[in-house]
Design a protein around this ligand. Structure first.
Ligand code: GDP
Ligand code: GDP
Length: 442
């Protein structure tokens, strides 16, 4: 997978500001589903031909000085455990603090590559830059002067980060896992949602044949199995946690683990705890799957503790659908990993989604659909002229990606994009993310 670059630092130094600036660099090709108003916690970047992902390890809860220090250390530990390069952000206006020194000591000992940034240097006057000087005392090498708010020093920051990335590995830029017939499922979810229990329950299913030889994967948290003639690899992100365990208390851990597991999966199985709805964190994980373009099945686990009432289930499903509107296409299942109830269904649905994820639409059928779409829904007016749709073609699978040639590629209204997406979903029965690309006529 692409290297991960952690952004760490105490509260208020400007991490979120920096992060939003980095996230703004996101490729404009990717279409947002409606209703996406989530905090961003990672941002893809590309610099000098190298691709990598920034991760915000933020998420501090208020507390006294000691608690703050403890949290800052945990963030740093998480970054050291899980990421390749660390950007350590400080506030040059506030000057060096005890928390900065604690983090610096910790990072220095870890031996991880660190880029030290002094933020809030809004002008490049000598007086301002002198403020950065003090941070050399941290013993982390060069200090990158930064103004996250005004976007100053960004190129230098990117240069410094790229210089410290590990050597490029073959295939690390691939957006999707290889199409080799294997179905890869990542079991993601908050701590204690029941991920390990689910993996064990799946392996105990009658029709599941667990693989004796671990041939295809190297990771110890992967389980290989055969189900109805298909080879499946399950990645349990809770397993990753147990293996390392140090930074597990940090809320952001499940996000990083999910990101890593998803990177090499076709389908994300998002496990939620029916007795402990925490929609924010679950929505974050669902959003990750959407942004990464992975198939997603939402599984409400521990349903045995809620009861078998059918009406209750429908009410729950409706409110969940509303909270997770931006992944409205994802099937929702109710299970008990403990009793094994509906566990096989999870594998069935995930397998089906993995197939849709690799789906390729026949071009003649696509063009018939285009005609039908234009006939049935008058094209909107863009800059005083009707929008014209000339051709449609599927340009990629995993996830299905369609290119449309139109007269005003920049002006296609969101509502019309949604209409096209929905028509594609209906016609081809696709319950996975769909990407649209609009191009002008050459
Ligand atoms: P975080 O807690 O580390 O994520 O910090 P935030 O990004 O929330 O920023 C804390 C405060 O510092 C906010 O009021 C920002 O507007 C401000 N801030 C962030 N970056 C800069 C900067 O480059 N210059 C100045 N002057 N203020 C900044
Ligand atoms: P993980 O951290 O997501 O891997 O969660 P675990 O699989 O370790 O499960 C956490 C706790 O929830 C354990 O005590 C499990 O026995 C329990 N648990 C998991 N699934 C279920 C379920 O479907 N029903 C009930 N009642 N308990 C469950």
């Amino acid at each position: 997978m692409k290297p991960l670059v952690a952004i760490v630092g105490r509260p208020n130094v400007g991490k979120s500001t920096l992060f939003n600036r980095l996230a703004g660099r996101r490729l404009a090709l990717v279409q947002d589903e409606p209703g996406v108003t989530r905090d961003r916690h990672y941002a893809d970047a590309e610099w000098e031909g190298r691709k990598f992902t920034f991760i915000d390890t933020g998420g501090f809860v208020p507390g006294d000085e000691d608690q703050l220090l403890q949290q800052v250390r945990e963030q740093a530990q998480l970054a050291v455990d899980e990421c390749d390069v660390i950007v350590f952000v400080t506030d040059a206006r506030a000057g060096l603090t005890a928390a900065d020194e604690a983090v610096a000591n910790f990072l220095r000992k870890s031996g991880k590559p660190v880029v030290l940034a002094a933020n809030k240097l809004d002008t490049t006057t000598g007086q301002m830059l002198a403020l950065a000087g003090e941070f050399y005392r941290l013993g982390l090498g060069d200090v990158q002067a930064l103004s996250a708010e005004h976007g100053l020093g960004m190129q230098e920051l990117f240069d410094a980060v790229t210089a410290k990335l590990p050597p490029k590995e073959e295939g690390e830029d691939e957006e999707a896992p290889p199409d080799d017939g294997l179905i890869r499922m990542a079991i993601i979810g908050r701590p204690n949602a029941g991920k390990s229990t689910l993996v064990n329950a799946i392996l105990k299913e009658k029709r599941v044949v667990a693989s004796e030889v671990a041939g295809t994967t190297r990771d110890p948290v992967d389980s290989e199995l055969t189900y109805k003639g298909r080879k499946i690899v399950l990645t349990d992100t809770a397993g990753i946690r147990r293996k390392k365990s140090i930074a597990q208390r940090v809320e952001q851990f499940s996000v990083i683990a999910a990101l890593k597991a998803m990177e090499r999966s076709d389908v994300a199985v998002l496990l939620m705890d029916a007795t402990e709805p925490a929609v924010d964190q679950d929505a974050k994980l669902a959003g990750l799957a959407e942004e990464r373009g992975r198939a997603l099945v939402i599984v409400v686990n521990k349903w045995d503790l809620v009861g078998a009432d059918q009406r209750r289930q429908e009410t729950y499903r409706e409110s969940l659908k509303y909270a997770l509107k931006f992944v409205g296409y994802a099937p929702i299942l109710f299970t008990s990993a403990l009793t094994g109830s509906k566990v096989e269904k999870v594998v069935d649905v995930a397998t089906e989604l993995a197939e849709q994820f690799r789906f390729r639409a026949p071009t003649p059928q696509l063009n018939r659909l285009l005609e039908h779409m234009v006939d049935n829904n008058p094209a909107p007016i863009v800059r005083g002229k009707p929008l014209r749709l000339y051709y449609i073609a599927q340009v990629a699978a995993a996830p299905p990606t369609f290119a449309l040639t139109v007269n005003h590629p920049e002006g296609v209204p969101d509502m019309y994009k949604r209409y096209i997406t929905n028509q594609l979903r209906k016609t081809f029965d696709l319950r996975v993310p769909i990407r649209l690309i609009f191009k002008g006529r050459p």
